[in-house]
Design a protein around this ligand. Structure first.
Ligand code: IVH
Length: 717
């Protein structure tokens, strides 16, 4: 349970809870940092910190000297030097079923325009459950080793990696002059058990699983500790490389072996979907006897030239996917169902569970998705349920165990009014398809305080405006005091520091009143000091808001909270339009929707949601009011300069050497904007056989027209 609602806490309760949270968070920090043995998920840890910060925001006078807010988060380790990866370390898309795998292969085939009967060779490899590392060899000598970090920047753990016997300090044979080998550091079950035994004997805490202990071991500041722990390494990919020694993934792994690197012995080239799935099942049955943890199987298109053509979507390659083993499950009791109202008005049911450990992590909450899901499960409060979690996804309820249902448990009735503003909550019907939406949404819109507040919270959140000190509780407070209704109001706060002060003071007075009543104490003595501190709070807040008046276009778009538009989509849009003016012009244009849809990664639903947003006058006006405060920095052009970067390109007619999707992705990766229609702003039209009206439009606007070969020549193959 998350505890009492913060706005219902008395100051005595808040004080007690801050004390409890400080101790609990310190303990989790210690487990994470010192032992790499967290007992809760990142999300749960974040929730604790958020609750602590929220209580502190409401009770600024109760902030403890040892408050967790004064310390950096558990994730940001400052222990090691940072290493910027020469090529980013990417992640993989997931497949959970045979159908997903078939769909992956289908996608690859369609992208490449393969004909029936043209087989595609797949390299299948066990997915090692450890931590990925990058090893940089120059002239065959190990010069640097780093963790993955956020994919762009990791930690320098060279000294520790040098102690792993699977990692050669000098490569054999004739490796390329520069070779960044990527792979997984892991701990075998045997080594893990021995280590835990030793820890226990020495009175030290034990690790939850081999992955945590491998992570903990390579992140020791003292390499002699790492050396005392048996770790292993499998190589499976590469980053920067001066020349390619092979043309396939399988060939590369073969070369790695020649260089003296450890490559997993079970990897297999597969020629058909059946073979791929057979490999998966084979590995699944051998899993328990392997002696190390794996959490699935990775499939990679074997030919590197095809990998190159397939490229990436967002942060994972189109040419690979991870087929995960089924999630781990556990039984627990559904204690309550809570309805949360999001910024789009969606009524989201959250299951509150009796805490239970699943796969080494304590789970307290699970998503119930929507009302149909609750009905499908027939989940009732008091029921014993089976829950599962896979990787980092939010835990889910799989089924109810009817035999364990308490007598008298009633079917759950989903509310048809908003628990916050009492407006009707309805399920919209799609006009075109006649389909009823799965989500029930509050119709309160702008009058629903939950939506207004959630939108504002989203606006100031980390991926948006990221305004330091302006957290959820402050937003709620200022909203309650009538100071905030829309994003522009946040910047208007800088012109009324006295009102902000007053709001905080009133808030404080109400709290001390409450406290005095609760404790019978006289708080007058400490008053001067408290006021000083409050002035500082206001001053810092004003400065933090002021700093965010300059904002990148991508962050701005994300912060608007348009339905279906998150960080990735916002970045795609920002990259395409580059400047706020171009974006706003684009949204006013008649072909707005078409242009959005022509962007790789943006589909019809997203384009429609964006157009709907700009179709609402009040949104446009609110945005105008916001922009009056802002200096929006344009999106930088992609680092790689190419003959087509910044150019607007239209493809028309049939392409013969690649599919339309591939052509578009390629052009975009070279910094071109790909559009669906020809106008005076178009720079190049690539026309294949059968081109029609677009070719005529090109002639009308005197736009350069190229055939496919000329285009390929221009972009260098
Ligand atoms: S390939 C561009 N191959 O899985 C693709 N990854 O979920 C780079 N992993 O971060 C990864 N075994 O830590 C690849 N045989 C394997 C792997 C593997 C484990 C991990 C790796 C990666 C994560 C992606």
């Amino acid at each position: 349970m998350t505890g009492k609602a913060i706005d219902k806490l008395s100051s005595a309760e808040a004080e007690k809870e801050l004390d409890r949270l400080a101790r609990e968070i310190a303990e989790h920090d210690r487990r994470y940092h010192a032992e790499d043995a967290p007992s809760i998920s990142d999300a749960e840890y974040d929730a604790l910190r958020r609750r602590n910060a929220a209580i502190e925001e409401r009770f600024p006078l109760l902030v403890r000297p040892d408050s967790p807010s004064h310390r950096i988060g558990a994730k940001a380790s400052e222990k090691f030097a940072k290493v910027v990866h020469a090529r980013p370390m990417l992640s993989l898309d997931n497949a959970f079923s045979d159908e997903d795998v078939a769909e992956f292969l289908g996608r690859v085939r369609r992208f490449l325009g393969l004909k029936e009967g043209e087989e595609i060779v797949i390299m299948a490899e066990p997915k090692i459950d450890g931590l990925s590392a990058s090893l940089r060899y120059e002239k065959g000598v190990l010069v640097q080793g780093a963790t993955r970090g956020d994919g762009q920047e990791g930690e320098d753990i060279t000294a520790n990696l040098r102690t792993i016997s699977d990692i050669p300090l000098r490569l054999q044979g004739k490796p390329p002059a520069v070779l960044e080998v990527r792979g997984e550091v892991y701990m075998t079950h045997k080594a893990f058990e021995a280590l835990n035994k030793r820890q226990e004997k020495d009175g030290k805490p034990t690790y939850a699983n081999p992955r945590n202990s491998a992570a903990g071991s390579v992140r020791q500041l003292d390499p002699s500790i790492t050396a005392g722990r048996t770790l292993n390494f499998f190589a499976y990919a590469w980053g920067e490389i001066s020349e390619m020694p092979a043309k396939t993934q399988s060939g590369m792994l073969e070369k790695f072996r020649e260089y003296g690197l450890a490559v997993n012995p079970l990897v297999k080239r597969c020629e058909t979907l059946d073979e791929v799935l057979k490999f998966y099942r084979d590995i699944e049955t051998r899993r328990a006897r392997l002696g190390y943890d794996i959490d699935g199987v990775v499939y990679k298109v074997d030919r590197l030239d095809l990998q190159e053509r397939l490229g990436f979507v967002s942060r994972s390659p189109r040419w690979a996917t991870a087929h995960k083993f089924p999630a781990e499950q556990a039984e627990t009791v559904l204690e309550d169902i809570e309805i949360q109202v999001g910024r789009t008005g969606k009524l989201a049911p959250v299951a509150r569970l009796k805490p239970v450990t699943v796969g080494g992590v304590v789970v307290r909450n699970a998503t119930l998705h929507n009302e149909d899901e609750i009905a499908r499960l027939d989940a009732r409060i008091g029921d014993t349920v089976v829950i599962q979690r896979a990787g980092d996804v939010i835990p889910q309820i799989v089924r109810v165990i009817p035999d364990k249902r308490p007598r008298g448990a009633k079917p759950y009735k989903f509310p048809d009014t908003c628990p916050i503003c009492d407006s009707h909550a309805v399920r919209e019907v799609d006009e075109k398809t006649g389909k009823v939406d799965v989500d029930r949404r509050c119709t309160g819109g702008l009058i629903c305080d939950a939506q207004t507040v959630e939108r504002l919270k989203y606006f100031v959140a980390r991926d948006g405006f990221d305004i330091e000190g302006l957290g959820g509780t402050m937003i709620e407070l200022f909203h309650d005091k009538g100071l905030l209704k829309e994003p522009a109001d946040i910047f208007a706060l800088t012109e009324k520091p006295e009102k902000v002060s007053k709001a905080l003071a009133e808030h404080r007075a109400a709290l001390s009143e409450e406290r005095r009543a609760a404790e019978g104490k006289d708080p007058v003595k400490a008053k001067a000091k408290k006021e000083d501190r409050e002035d500082k709070v206001v001053e810092n807040l004003m400065a933090a808001i002021e700093r965010r008046r300059t904002i990148g276009l991508d962050r701005l778009i994300n912060a608007l909270g348009i339905r279906h538009v998150g960080e990735t989509t916002a970045r795609l849009i920002a990259r395409h339009y580059r400047t706020i003016d171009a974006f706003l012009d684009g949204m006013k244009a008649e072909n707005a929707r078409e242009e959005l849809e022509s962007l790789e990664g943006i589909g019809g639903i997203v384009a429609e949601a964006i157009c709907d947003f700009f179709g609402e006058k009040h949104n446009v006006k609110a945005l105008d009011r916001l922009l009056a405060w802002l200096d929006v920095t344009p999106m930088a052009a992609p680092a790689k300069s190419s003959p087509v970067s910044g150019k607007t390109v239209v493809f028309t007619g049939t392409l013969e050497k690649m599919t339309r999707q591939e052509a578009k992705a390629r052009a975009e990766s070279l910094g071109a904007k790909v559009s669906g229609s020809v106008s005076a702003k178009t720079d190049i039209v690539v026309a294949g056989p059968g081109a029609g009206s677009k070719l005529k439009d090109a002639q009308k606007h005197s736009v350069q027209v190229l055939d496919e070969d000329a285009w390929l020549k221009l972009i260098g193959g």
